[in-house]
Design a protein around this ligand. Structure first.
Ligand code: ATP
Ligand code: MG
Length: 394
């Protein structure tokens, strides 16, 4: 029935001179997402509008779910585009649309007409009223409600006439590729994939770094992280994943530093190494899945101690979120089931029974002096032996 979609985007509209850059990115990203959907699609810009037009048969549901992964889209409206062939032809189109789109006709509606082309023979008001009457005649179960209609039937008189009423929510946000790049510290947990998704939703391209500690963490734990990267790549596009072998650094910290400070010191080295790859790859910031108070290493004092080694901004989109709200997003983006698979991550192996919850940065720095002899060499070695995996959605 529908051969086209009208794509609505809101936030982009306020970007003034840069607007075309955002629209072009959106057009590009829509085409990219539709590449793997059965069918032929053409994406087109027309005076402040984006249309996706289809050619021949296509998979409607798959096309919609692909569009629902394009950041920047606020609404996806299946639309009928028709030549102006007079009022009667328009009535027929509108009635057919309602027939197909609404199985149950017990709804209230209003018709809203807009004329981008003022030479149309009826005013907007006249056309809305006339079409409303025809709809009531054809479907007596329907009722008009001009203030709070359940269904708004939009008629837009443009070069072609647009008829639409179904509005499928998009993910909103900003088009990918319009905001630079950031480095996600991606673990196998629930939080970091959500954090990456959220920052990417603001238009940021992402790379990821994972700290692997073989043989304390298994190949399956690493595969789990790759799988999570694949899941978020459905939204973010391909992800360059840096897999750092962290074992020797962890063992050295374990040998030389107080065990209750282990997690904090480890996390400081993770941030430093992630920042190295971030700089090397022209990222503008780091992203973590931290949230205040969630665990001992995420108290305000611990976050301050971890943050202290970073020179780049660290984006922590989950900082004020409750676990349940994070889980809800993880379920929505389909990372949750993978995240809860029981493979150990490197922090659970070396975690102390009673980690400090209020680390003092000066004490932490003092403990780190115990690492002076070998740590630079170990960090360099970890960087030199890092494996890079290009991860794309399946
Ligand atoms: P997550 O669910 O994201 O693993 P978490 O609640 O388990 O988070 P921590 O283990 O304290 O919390 O990690 C806090 C943040 O540090 C993570 O969200 C992630 O960004 C980063 N991180 C932790 N472990 C690793 C790792 N092995 N590799 C890469 N990043 C990590
Ligand atoms: Mg974790």
């Amino acid at each position: 029935m529908y051969k086209a979609f009208l794509i609505k985007y809101a936030e982009i509209a306020i970007k003034g001179k840069n607007r075309y850059l955002f629209e072009d990115a959106l057009v590009h990203n829509i085409a990219y997402q539709l590449k793997n959907v059965e069918g032929t699609f053409h994406v087109r810009k027309e005076s402040g509008r984006i249309y996706v037009e289809t050619e021949g048969e296509y998979d409607f549901d798959e096309a919609v779910s692909a569009l629902q992964r394009v950041f920047g889209i606020v609404e996806i409206c299946p639309v009928i585009l028709t030549e102006d062939e007079g009022f009667d032809a328009l009535v027929e189109t509108v009635l057919k649309h309602i027939e197909v789109a609404y199985a149950d006709k017990h709804f209230t509606f209003k018709v809203e007409t807009r004329r981008a082309r003022k030479n149309y023979p009826m005013t907007s008001m006249e056309l809305s009223a006339a079409l409303g009457e025809k709809i009531l005649d054809a479907f007596p179960e329907t009722k008009v409600d001009v203030h709070h209609p359940q269904v708004t039937i939009n008629i837009e008189i443009r070069p072609l006439i647009n008829v639409y009423s179904v509005r499928i929510p998009g993910p909103a946000g900003m088009p990918l590729g319009t905001a630079g790049k950031a480095m996600l510290l991606l673990s196998g947990g629930i939080d970091s994939p959500v954090a990456g998704y959220m920052i990417s939703k603001r238009g940021v391209t992402i790379e990821a770094t994972y700290f692997h500690a073989p043989p304390y963490t298994s190949e399956r734990a690493k595969q789990k992280v790759v799988d999570l990267a694949k899941k978020i790549a459905r939204y973010t596009g391909p992800i360059k994943l840096h897999v750092v072998n962290f074992t020797d650094i962890q063992l050295y910290i374990y040998e030389k530093c107080p065990h209750d400070e282990l997690t904090i010191i480890m996390r400081r080295y993770m941030m430093k190494i992630a920042e190295h790859f971030a700089q090397e790859n022209k990222c503008l910031g780091l992203i973590t899945g931290e949230s205040i108070g969630q665990v001992a290493s995420q108290t305000m004092q611990s976050l301050a101690a971890t943050n202290e080694v970073c020179t780049m901004p660290v984006y922590r989109p989950l900082i004020a979120m409750d676990k349940q709200d994070i889980v809800t997003i993880a379920e929505k983006i389909d990372t949750y089931e993978t995240s809860i698979l029981p493979y150990e991550d490197c922090c659970t192996i070396f975690v102390a029974k009673h980690p400090v919850t209020k680390p003092n940065i000066e004490y932490i720095k003092k403990s780190e002096q115990n690492l002076a002899e070998k740590i630079d060499e170990l960090v360099k070695n970890a960087i030199d032996t890092t494996e890079v995996i290009m991860v794309d959605a399946e």
